[in-house]
Design a protein around this ligand. Structure first.
Ligand code: ZN
Ligand code: ZN
Length: 285
């Protein structure tokens, strides 16, 4: 009986010890701080050991005065201020439509004219040591200026040729017109030639615009004189004397007792008088 009791007691003791050991292991596992498995690895690879190697002083800051630049279609130059404690700085990436030059702590960006008909953009990267800074550069494709030397032309009946200068930041411009005149285009001016006018006075327009910005549009209003509308270009109008017929009027002759044709005193026999509108020229004044 005592043997059995002893056996049972040993068994209980072993069981208790086993439970206690496994509990201790579990508690130890859960009480360990999170991520602590990584601690030994970090400690074996400390970055401080790297910094002990001999090398030039590290760059701790690298600032550029502007982060966003917008160039107009024609391009231009932009100067940026670079502030850094690095021993040197340089440009590691630049768009092919930009050129740059370094001068002390200044970075100068020169942008070409944009003839691509599309907006373009990209990053310019500045580096110093392990640090890098970027500048976003964008360039518009839209023209912004269209000026012409004349928007109003008074053309005589005989016609003429007129030179109109064009001032625009677009690469090209268009001139729209039709019959009464012809246009010859050159790089910074065009000519309008108006033919002689055999008809009445006329009004017409010539339109100038640029394809890279249809909102930029100019109109040249042209007035060409023509025939006088009062006399239809003849220079004379019918005699204003209402009794006049072909330059003569009927008058009673007391001696003969008959009505007789006499020369009209108003037109002196011509039947017509000088047109008051054009003073006889037949042309619009
Ligand atoms: Zn008359
Ligand atoms: Zn007239």
């Amino acid at each position: 009986m005592s043997n059995l009791n002893l056996k049972e007691n040993w068994f209980t003791i072993i069981l208790i010890v086993l439970v206690a050991v496994s509990c201790g292991l579990l508690i130890g596992k859960f009480l360990r701080p999170k991520g602590s498995d990584l601690i030994p690895e970090e400690q074996t690879n400390t970055p401080k050991q790297k910094k002990l190697l001999p090398q030039s002083p590290q760059t701790t800051y690298l600032n550029v005065s502007e982060k966003d630049i917008l160039f107009p279609k024609v391009g231009g130059t932009k100067n940026l201020l670079i502030t850094t404690d690095g021993a040197e700085w340089h440009v590691s990436n630049c768009q092919n439509w930009l050129t740059y030059s370094l001068n002390g702590n200044e970075l100068s960006l020169q942008c070409d004219n944009n003839s691509t008909l599309n907006e373009r953009s990209g990053y310019v990267i500045i580096e110093s040591g392990d640090m890098a800074s970027s500048v976003f550069v964008k360039q518009s494709q839209w023209a912004t200026r269209l000026e012409i030397s004349t928007t109003n032309l008074q053309v005589p009946i005989s016609g003429g040729t007129y030179r109109i200068t064009v001032n625009t930041d677009a690469d090209d411009y268009k001139v729209d017109t039709w019959d009464p005149c012809s246009v010859e285009k050159f790089s910074d001016y065009f000519t309008i030639t108006v033919n002689e006018n055999a008809g009445y006075g006329q009004y017409f327009n010539v339109y100038v615009n640029v394809t890279t910005n249809l909102n930029l549009k100019k109109t040249i209003k042209i007035h060409q004189k023509g025939k006088c509308r009062t006399c239809r270009g003849t220079g004379s109008i019918k005699c204003s004397n209402t009794f006049c017929e072909f330059g003569h009027t009927l008058e009673y002759n007391a001696f003969t007792g008959y009505n007789e044709y006499v020369i009209c005193p108003t037109c002196r026999g011509k039947g017509s008088v000088e047109c008051p509108s054009c003073r006889g020229s037949g042309k619009e004044q």
